[in-house]
Design a protein around this ligand. Structure first.
Ligand code: CDP
Ligand code: CDP
Length: 220
């Protein structure tokens, strides 16, 4: 299966990627993958094993070990990890370190491409899906919103921390993702950029759905 059947969705934290991707995957019958989950699983396992998440050799060895121990798909979609594991404040910090490691990104990129090849028609969200993983995807979205609005959204989903703490994490992760040397977060030249700061979910979904229909995601 060629990359022509991939819908790529990128953007910063809490821009609405997961929510919209799930809705579009149901509507158009597309497989769905959250690529950030794999980076979070690696970060979680590094912390659990006491490995420094910013050490490329340790982290790549860990990834290879996890790949040997389990099926490749486990690193992408395993339900073994709950959101308490993968979305903790310590993983939120460690994942930025892990995501900077070029050799790790190469492995994750290959895993995601392999998954997509088996899926056929699919929608994949992340930070570098339209720029690096599937540069030839026919439909690309870049969702964004102001940091303050995204912090409010994340707080509404997860609670726990204070607004100031959530905002600080969002801003720190934006900066880390946008400024790293490999695969920085940036809209692809041909991405449809949607600033959702003042839009509700229905409006965003209507825009995305219409673009998918224009590009014939509905039949192929
Ligand atoms: O859900 P949220 O947007 O907060 O984050 P995520 O999609 O789970 O991604 C967590 C982190 O993984 C991001 O902040 C990036 O550092 C990294 N990531 C990446 O580098 N490339 C991707 N394709 C997906 C995630
Ligand atoms: O995947 P990502 O981190 O980009 O964001 P998400 O987890 O899909 O969305 C964060 C929260 O914002 C969810 O509770 C959505 O319902 C909400 N939201 C949104 O995604 N888009 C809007 N236009 C308004 C609210």
């Amino acid at each position: 299966v060629s990359p022509h059947l991939v819908v790529a969705v990128d953007g910063p934290a809490a821009a609405g990627k997961t929510t919209t991707c799930k809705a579009l995957s149901r509507r158009f019958g597309l497989g769905y993958l959250e690529s950030g989950r794999t980076y979070r699983i690696i970060a979680f396992e590094a912390l659990r094993r006491g490995l420094p998440p910013d050490n490329p050799v340790n982290v790549v060895d860990l990834c290879d070990e996890l790949l040997r121990e389990s099926r490749e798909q486990d690193l992408l979609t395993s339900g073994r990890y709950g959101s308490a594991d993968l979305r903790s404040p310590s993983v939120n910090v460690a994942v930025s370190d892990v995501a900077r490691i070029h050799e790790l990104r190469k492995r994750v990129t290959e895993l995601v491409r392999l998954w997509a090849r088996h899926q056929g028609r699919c929608i994949v969200e992340g930070r570098d899906i339209g720029t690096v993983v599937f540069p030839a995807a026919p439909v690309k979205f870049y969702l964004t919103a102001s940091p303050e609005e995204r912090a409010r959204r994340r707080l509404g989903q997860e609670g726990g921390a204070s607004y100031e703490e959530v905002l600080a994490d969002v801003v720190r992760r934006d900066e880390a993702d946008m400024s790293r040397a490999v695969s920085p977060l940036v809209p692809a030249d041909d991405a449809i950029v949607i600033d959702t700061t003042t839009m509700d979910l229905e409006e965003v979904l209507a825009r995305m759905g219409a673009a998918c229909e224009r590009r014939s995601v509905t039949f192929s």
